[in-house]
Design a protein around this ligand. Sequence first.
Ligand code: SAH
Ligand code: SF4
Ligand code: F3S
Length: 582
Amino acid sequence: MGRVVIKSLPDMSQARNRVRRPDFRREDIVVPPLTKKFGEGRTYWIKTFGCQANVRDEEILSGFFEAAGMKKAKNDEVADIVIINTCAVRENAEEKVYGEIGKHKAHSHRDPNFILGVCGCMMQEEGMAKKVMASYPFVNIVFGTHNLPNILNLVEEHLARKKDLIDVISYPGDIIENLPSVRLDKYKAFVNITYGCDKFCTYCIVPYTRGRERSRDMEDILKECRELVEQGFQEITLLGQNVNSYGKDFNNGTSFATILEAVAKLGIPRLRFMTSHPWDFSDEMLEVIAKYPNIMKCIHLPAQSGNTEMLRLMGRRYTREAYLDLVRRIREKIPGCAITTDIIVGFPNETDEQFEDTLTLCEQVKYDAAFTFIYSPRKGTPAAAIKDNVPDSVKHERFDRLLKVVEAGVISHSSEMVGKTYAVLVDGPSKKDPNVLSGYTENNKLVHFVAPAYLKGHIVSVLIKEDHAFSMFGELVGDPILYLADDLVKALSKEESVLAYNEAKRAYEEDEEIASIRNRIEDAQKAMVQCAAHSDDVGYQKAKNEYTSLMDLYKNHPVVLNLETAESQLRPLLEEIARGLA
Ligand code: SAH
Ligand code: SF4
Ligand code: F3S
């Protein structure tokens, strides 16, 4: 492969290494000269497979490309640089990637300046980078998850040397802050709190593709979340392969409960988190989730199997009983909390009885939603070395049986939603019908309803009318335009002059001296009225003098003057808005 320069290749033994401590760095973006020239007026496109960690990586890659002067393309056909961001978690995820790379052959032959990059978890597998370069000679850059912050330098080197490049390091990984980012959504944001995974479940490739488990500094997370709140985001999802482990590496008592509570206090309307490993789910976490209304009452709790022996072979570190006990604790502390899960069917040598345990677990828990997968051996993981005696046909049969049990559980919850009203964060028009909006309830149920598209990004009330098991159909409650009016009120309540007025008003209402002056003014007024009724001129004059001097005292009181100033500063703003609306 004379065209290809190999800068680094992945190595499973390095990927397994957990010795090196992560390095914390803040990086400034430097756009190298050829990349800057390439970037001017050009466009990028990123196709992402896999989980939210990859989605967040796409946003960071976009940030780098935009820093280099590029804009997002209308589609991949017209883009000047396309990056395929891959997932390695199961074989079928990989097959989709091959198809996607192949799609760009003609584009690459047509345009000599076109750059095609392939990155992400799949590239972290041993042998994969070379295989991709050899099978698809039009791929220009292959890079790994740890090389992502170096993307502009890779583009530079490709442009300078006119060579294709492989740069995939395997190492425990660092924490790099100040990375650029362009959010894919205006209202919902993902925020990484931990990277990597140290659980090493025996079937799973993630600990090898993403490095050791490491927590971001709390201040960096809070700064990112604070900015999102200020920008008007409605929902934050805290991300980690296992969020429950947050802060363990600091050894100072910081835990996931600490960061969850701190983010909830920032006032984001909706806060979610994923994923929680059932093994280290603390009571403290449950208390925080229960305490804050803006933490969504929905927990993704991957069970993987309902059989203790299977769980042991999977390296999951909990038993069926411990899992069920955790479900019981969740339901006790957070009544009505939705619980969702991931299940793997057909782990090597799984017996019928062991599979039955998974079915009964699903029957008992009655999940609100479940992602079900047929086990897929991942090269380099311990489970891939186990000789498997279960035929594929049996695995598929079990998978179908599991789907039916899962569906019954889902329906048991969704049918109860009919006739009730739920708060729904509107994602926008549904893909199938632009007149129908879609969004999610607090318990993460997809809801469709007819309403104007301008409600995108609003949290609205929807009365559920029909249960379609995995989604619901509902009816908007209230006048759509009034949701916009509510927004105006909310936006206004954050205005400095409104805040100043509220503060001055509060001080006025709480001031005891003012209260007493006002009482005395009232008494003087009453005395004046009574004296006038009885033609008591002397009494009247005395009461009037008292009234005048009290009014003087009142008008010149600093708290009253302060309220008047605050009001006179707020009035022009309100008048301007009213004029604008009229
Ligand atoms: N960190 C998360 C999950 C990451 S992968 C967690 O531990 O919950 C998402 C899901 O993919 C896993 O929960 C598991 O159910 C599934 N999965 C992972 N490796 C798999 C494999 N080799 N075959 C089939 N499913 C797998
Ligand atoms: Fe994979 Fe287990 Fe880590 Fe989840 S916890 S990413 S399943 S190794
Ligand atoms: Fe896939 Fe990597 Fe996520 S393997 S599931 S994209 S961490």
